[in-house]
Design a protein. Structure first.
Length: 362
């Protein structure tokens, strides 16, 4: 049995212990709390991989990231992470760690081993790296590592279960009216949160539009982040099966003709034939280029439309077959969580739904 198979066996056993002993502790919980409660996703996976691997085989050096490392105890950490931890986190922990598909492809994990001299951004990233370099070598036995693994899993189980509670609520059917939905949307869009609110609102409308199509998927990508998804095209992509049927670029701040061209060209480069460029309440153009650029792309057999959020909503909301405010809110809250939008956005929209829709939790 190879390391990958042994690690999976260790992980499953530790998970059962964590379920039955949710208040488990370990000698290194300050390190685990610091890394898991921080914002840097890759280091969370590095920590998880280190303690799981050390718990599986005591000879492993938890500082190592690659088998090519010159340190004693080097091993293939990437395989353990991508083949064992990633699917387990997706299926069992419901993306509690962050839902990364291939975290070891990111720069902090592309060194032979953890070292304080590795090229990382100053400040928080360097501080996390330093903490790992100082503390991981203190985990010297597989028993110690196993206790760390159980403690880490206890944290992730709590995160998973708290997130699940977020989407367990009721909204009375009496609120399922177009005017009520628009009231919520207009109120929500009074703040931007760097465009995250606009993205969630538009995604929620599309979700209701395709609600009864089991082959449809509304894919939302983190605002102001690139490469978040393997098939990311625009801020908001709609697929029917594997076919891209709608691309949407969303701007709730000033933008230029260059921004529009960049977004449209990305869609064209993957074979797309259409894109909506939707302005939020704070979306302002730096010049009047709309008519010319729309005609230019039309001549290239590509349908580009630049429109305000008011126009988008005035067409879409009256066209919805069913106004389901409970489903709308559940989708935007779950999407915000899974896509790692700001926590304050989630709290803001949740409280707004309580006020406008009467959202309640038992």
């Amino acid at each position: 049995m190879g390391l990958k198979e042994k690690a999976l066996k260790t992980l499953n056993a530790a998970y059962q212990v964590a379920l039955n002993a949710p208040n488990s502790t370990c000698l290194h919980q300050n390190l685990i709390d610091y890394v898991i409660d921080n914002t840097h996703l890759t280091y969370k996976y590095i920590l998880f991989t280190a303690v799981l691997s050390k718990a599986t085989d005591e000879r492993i050096n938890p500082l190592c990231l690659q088998k090519q490392s010159s340190l004693p105890g080097a091993y293939d950490a990437r395989t353990v992470c991508h083949k064992v931890i990633v699917p387990f986190e997706m299926e069992v922990l419901k993306k509690a760690l962050g839902g990364s598909n291939e975290p070891f492809l990111n720069k902090p994990a592309r060194f032979p081993e953890l070292n304080k001299s590795n090229a990382v951004r100053r400040g928080n990233d360097q501080a996390i790296l330093n903490a790992l370099c100082d503390n991981l070598p203190l985990i010297t036995t597989s028993i110690d590592a196993y206790q760390c693994l159980v403690y880490l899993l206890c944290k992730l189980i709590r995160i998973r279960d708290e997130r699940k509670k977020l989407t367990i609520f009721t909204i009375d059917d009496s609120t399922n009216l177009p005017v009520k939905l628009l009231q919520f949307i207009n109120e929500a869009l009074k703040v931007s949160y760097e465009g995250e609110v606009l993205t969630l609102i538009v995604a929620g409308i599309y979700h209701l539009m395709y609600l009864h199509n089991p082959n449809a998927k509304v894919e939302v990508h983190p605002v102001n982040q690139s490469g978040a998804s393997g098939r990311e095209v625009s801020d908001l992509d709609i697929y029917i099966g594997d076919q891209l049927v709608s691309s949407n670029e969303l701007k709730d701040k000033g933008y230029s003709e260059t921004d529009v061209r960049h977004a449209a060209d990305k869609v064209m480069n993957v074979g797309g034939t259409r894109m909506l460029f939707i302005e939020g309440p704070r979306g302002e153009k730096d010049s009047d280029f709309v008519f010319a650029i729309q005609n230019e792309y039309m001549s290239r057999n590509f349908m580009l439309r630049i429109l305000s959020y008011q126009l988008f909503l005035s067409v879409m909301v009256p066209s919805l077959e069913n106004i389901d405010c409970e489903e709308f809110v559940r989708f935007i809250l779950q999407t915000a969580r899974e896509t790692k939008f700001k926590e304050e956005v989630i709290i803001y929209l949740d409280r707004l739904a309580q006020r406008i829709f009467g959202l309640s939790r038992s």
